[in-house]
Design a protein around this ligand. Structure first.
Ligand SMILES: Cc1cc2nc3c(=O)[nH]c(=O)nc-3n(C[C@H](O)[C@H](O)[C@H](O)COP(=O)(O)OP(=O)(O)OC[C@H]3O[C@@H](n4cnc5c(N)ncnc54)[C@H](O)[C@@H]3O)c2cc1C
Length: 537
């Protein structure tokens, strides 16, 4: 059932579980909850506006002979730069096989070898070939298509498409519902949905950056509404930049998947020199943050950066990586014969709404899964292809947790204190915010630019008359304030003024919007100067 069949207005009181997000985490959770009634809300029509659909590599799963969940967890922990919760990483790796089999049952056609076993590819910083994939780089499209078909067939799942969740409704520390608004009409009347079980699966924050691989809908709105309702936010400063966004003037930037480097493609500058060999023993297959900084430095030094697959793949490029091939060809580059221009692009958020091993947030009645959440599995840097795995594992755990609990019936009256009126998005404001995220809160950070960003985002957050802009500024503020507070370099968080990793700071950030406001007040020229509360727990 979809909202195309129904006129939506006013408020909906529902006994359903309400899931916000139509990517892997949201749809998988809805399917796992069946036959329990579920309403899925998605800002974009299903299949669009979800990072899941764009995933090229695949899902990390230790399913090959000779590989093990323990080895997978060891690699995850090594990349996470001291902040990975080891129990969580091992649990994730152990549940991978079962979730891959679920996806096969939902119709995802993972590639197989000649003997019919799941085929596995190599990706950076994995000690074994363990990425299950579909037709080379088509994993995301295949996963989302299969899940959408299964959801459309499930009588227990109602889908509301084209509505954005802009606020959580709460009583004390309990979530009682959501406020939604039509995605393409800022001034439309809001719709309220009363529910005592809400799952946020709204994806990442990449589109808060001017250079990103993420869709427009990945603007951090889910994280913002949870933070505004008082939820604890974990590790917001850790943003992964993909080293090889394809620089052909498109927003978002198309991605040249890591698997290309796994197949032997090299990174070169405009003189044809392989610059990663001098930076790390694993060269192009070093952890993502190191490769991203290498590419950033080469571009900053004026030498440019290119991914060269002409020798490693040559004429086989189109057949092995059809998505990348098509993106390059559309921009007039033949990657079988020419190096591809690349730059680091905001790609994945390790931080998010803090959740426990069941996906429960700090607010009663609110769960979070997929990229919007922070489970502790990634620490300061994500191992390639662990994010789809985390999304699918936690979606299943949330469904199990909700399935096993008694959810109170929704109240008849809803809190109405969230502003019903909304102003139009002021011109250039979103563009300016995104430009500042890239220049001030990007691959390389320093105290001065972070402080400037904190002040700017807190002013927007305080004054914005448009709710979407205010929510974007809320998430941007949380990222910038935590990045300002973490006075060290660790994983994807690189400070030129605090270049060293400090053992004393090897703990996750647990923060709130109030703590970020405190940082902003302490940095504000107008506010009385007082030292900011440390926001690292
Ligand atoms: C180009 C690219 C390639 C990638 N490749 C891989 C890979 O190979 N392997 C891997 O493991 N990971 C990969 N990732 C990361 C991975 O795709 C994501 O982390 C994962 O898909 C997130 O799934 P999700 O369900 O949490 O969010 P998404 O798939 O992004 O879905 C979020 C959903 O929430 C909706 N939404 C957002 N905000 C709101 C709101 N306020 N109200 C209503 N709806 C809202 C969106 O419309 C969308 O339906 C890649 C990411 C990108 C961008």
């Amino acid at each position: 059932m979809s909202n195309k069949d129904h006129d939506l207005s006013g408020s909906i009181i529902t006994n359903d579980v309400v899931i916000v997000g139509g990517g892997l985490a949201g749809l998988f959770c809805a399917l796992k909850l069946a036959p329990r009634p579920v309403t899925v809300i998605s800002a974009a029509p299903l299949g669009q506006g979800a990072s899941t659909a764009w995933a090229q590599g695949g899902i990390a799963a230790a399913v090959a002979e000779g590989d093990s969940a323990e080895a997978h967890a060891t690699d995850t922990i090594a990349v996470g730069a001291g902040l990975v919760d080891e129990t969580i990483a091992l649990g994730l790796a152990r549940e991978a096989g079962a979730r891959i089999h679920d996806l096969l049952r939902y119709g995802v056609p993972f590639d197989r070898d000649l003997e019919g076993r799941l085929a596995v590819a190599q990706e950076a910083a994995h000690s074994a070939r363990r990425i299950v994939h579909v037709r080379g780089d088509m994993a995301g499209k295949a996963i989302i298509s299969a899940l959408i078909e299964a959801v459309r067939r499930a009588p227990s799942i109602r889908v509301i498409e084209g509505y954005v969740a802009e606020a959580l409704l709460t009583e004390d520390d309990t979530v009682t519902g959501l406020q939604l608004r039509k995605a393409d009409d800022a001034t439309a009347k809001p719709l309220t949905v009363a529910s005592r079980a809400v799952v946020l699966a709204t994806g990442g924050i990449g589109h808060l950056y001017a250079v990103t691989t993420n869709p427009l809908e990945a603007s951090g709105l889910g994280l913002a509404i949870a933070a505004r309702a008082g939820a604890v936010i974990a590790d917001p400063e850790f943003v992964q930049f993909h080293p090889t966004g394809i620089m052909v003037g498109r927003d978002p930037a198309p991605l040249a998947t890591e698997a290309l480097r796994g197949e032997g493609a090299t990174l070169i500058n405009d003189r044809g020199e392989r610059f990663m060999q001098a930076r790390h023993p694993l060269a192009e297959l070093a952890p993502r943050d190191i490769v991203a900084r290498g590419v950033f430095a080469e571009i900053a030094a004026g030498h440019g950066a290119f991914l060269d697959a002409t020798k490693a793949l040559g004429v086989h490029f189109a057949e092995k990586f059809p998505t990348v091939y098509a993106s390059c060809l559309a921009a007039g580059i033949d990657p079988a014969r020419q190096p591809i221009p690349v730059a680091p692009a905001a790609h994945y958020h390790m931080g998010g709404i803090s959740v426990d091993a069941h996906g429960r947030t700090s607010l009663k009645g609110l769960w979070a899964g997929g990229e919007v959440s922070s489970t502790g599995a990634h620490g300061a840097n994500r191992l390639a292809s662990n994010s789809l795995l985390e999304a699918v594992v936690y979606a299943a755990r949330i469904a199990e947790d909700i399935g096993g609990s008694t959810i109170a019936a929704p109240g008849r009256s809803l809190q109405t204190s969230i502003a019903p009126r909304n102003g139009a998005m002021p011109p250039l404001s979103e563009q300016n915010l995104r430009a500042m995220m890239t220049s001030h809160v990007g691959v390389i950070r320093d105290s001065e630019r972070l402080a400037e960003a904190v002040r700017a985002f807190s002013a927007i957050e305080r004054d914005a008359g448009n709710i979407a802009l205010r929510n974007m500024a809320t998430t941007a503020l949380l990222v910038a304030a935590s990045a300002w507070s973490r006075r060290e370099s660790r994983g994807a968080h690189c400070r030129i003024d605090y270049a060293i990793e400090k053992p004393a700071l090897a703990r996750r950030t647990m923060t709130t919007l109030v703590a970020a406001w405190d940082v902003a007040a302490s940095l504000s020229e107008r506010a009385p100067l007082r030292s900011a509360q440390p926001i690292i727990a």
